[in-house]
Ligand binder design. Structure first.
Ligand code: 5GP
Ligand code: MN
Length: 320
């Protein structure tokens, strides 16, 4: 028997909410929206919010709770909800809280989702986890504290309403959220497009180092820890670089590599027109994502890994 998210909430007293490590806009938006929804509509329930730090530019526009760290918590929850996370390991320090909860509930939109909950509400063709969550909640019970994070998540995961996953339903939801008073320009400019001066400098470094492969079909770049240090930034400040490569005329596949440790790298892959299902390459390296946007972490010799990724691109080309 399946159970709706609302049913699960109604029969639980103590609820935990989490998303994936290094949370992006959709992850922050969906977790904050659900937290605020429960606080508003079920004030008698206890609800705890477990996530890494909410990025400053998002915290500025959201009514977000201070996140807790699962490493410092040993409680047992009646219900634990995982949002925007495709596998258990992506919950980082909060895995153990999810595992021992009475009801483990997964809400997501990744095609690589491993369905690691007791209940798994995964809508693959939804633009964002926020879109999936919107459909699980009651519109009449939403206010601005719920509409803003939902709108923010949709904006981020659709690249501001442009990726192919953006459908009529996405736009209708966005319209309904605007009706609740969302300030669209503030969210789009303030949390998506606006970058710090140092981030612009990092983008310049990344573009300067970028290389074309396969006669311009693939564009790739690598940012080292030294590059980050040179502009005073951290690993969390690299959003938007892969998008700039993706936007290069003629380029189908964009690859952004970030050195996260000694011979340890984070890959972000994009396929502009969906000619290569990049989630397959991510899964090959035990990562995940969507057919046009996916990622993974990997250890090893970077030249050999890039060579292998280029080989996989050729192998999967036009088999999406
Ligand atoms: P990004 O390249 O922006 O980090 O991520 C693109 C998409 O791939 C997102 O939907 C993200 O959740 C997913 N993704 C990125 N890295 C990983 C990873 O290491 N594991 C999994 N399962 N998914 C990832
Ligand atoms: Mn998402």
């Amino acid at each position: 028997m399946t159970k709706t998210l609302i049913q699960a909430i109604e029969e639980s007293g103590k609820i935990g909410i989490t998303g994936h490590i290094r949370p992006d806009g959709d992850c922050v938006g969906s977790t904050v929206a659900l937290y605020n929804y429960i606080r508003k509509n079920y004030p008698d329930k206890s609800v705890s919010f477990f996530l890494e730090k909410v990025p400053d530019e998002m915290a500025k526009v959201l009514n977000a709770p201070i996140p807790l760290n699962g490493d410092e918590c040993d409680e047992t929850f009646d219900l634990f909800v995982s949002l925007d996370s495709s596998s258990l390991d992506r919950l980082g320090p909060n895995v153990h809280l999810f595992e021992k909860a009475g009801i483990k509930y997964v809400v997501d939109h990744h095609k690589t989702n491993t369905c690691f909950g007791d209940y798994n509400h995964v809508v693959e063709d939804a633009s964002s986890c926020c879109e999936v969550l919107f459909d699980l909640l009651e519109y009449e019970k939403m206010d601005l504290s719920i509409a803003v994070p939902l709108y923010l998540g949709i904006v981020h995961d659709t690249g501001v309403f442009k990726y192919s996953s953006t459908g009529r339903h996405t736009m209708e939801i966005a319209g309904m959220l605007l009706d609740l008073g969302v300030d669209s320009a503030r969210i789009i400019d303030g949390t998506f497009y606006e970058k710090s001066w140092a981030q612009n400098k990092l983008l310049a470094i990344a573009l300067n180092k970028a290389m074309l492969y396969d006669e311009g079909y693939v564009a790739a770049t690598l940012i080292t820890r030294q590059d980050l240090k040179s502009v005073g930034l951290s690993m969390n400040d690299t959003d938007g670089i892969v998008e700039q490569l993706r936007l290069t005329r003629g380029v189908e596949i964009a690859i952004f590599v970030r050195e996260d440790g000694d011979n340890y790298y984070k890959f972000s892959l994009r396929s502009k027109n969906g000619e290569v299902d990049v989630s397959k390459i991510a899964v090959y390296y035990e990562g995940g994502g969507h057919s046009r946007a996916a990622g993974f972490n990997v250890s090893g010799n970077i030249d050999e890994i890039i060579e292998n990724v280029l080989r996989l691109i050729k192998e999967y080309k036009n088999k999406a």
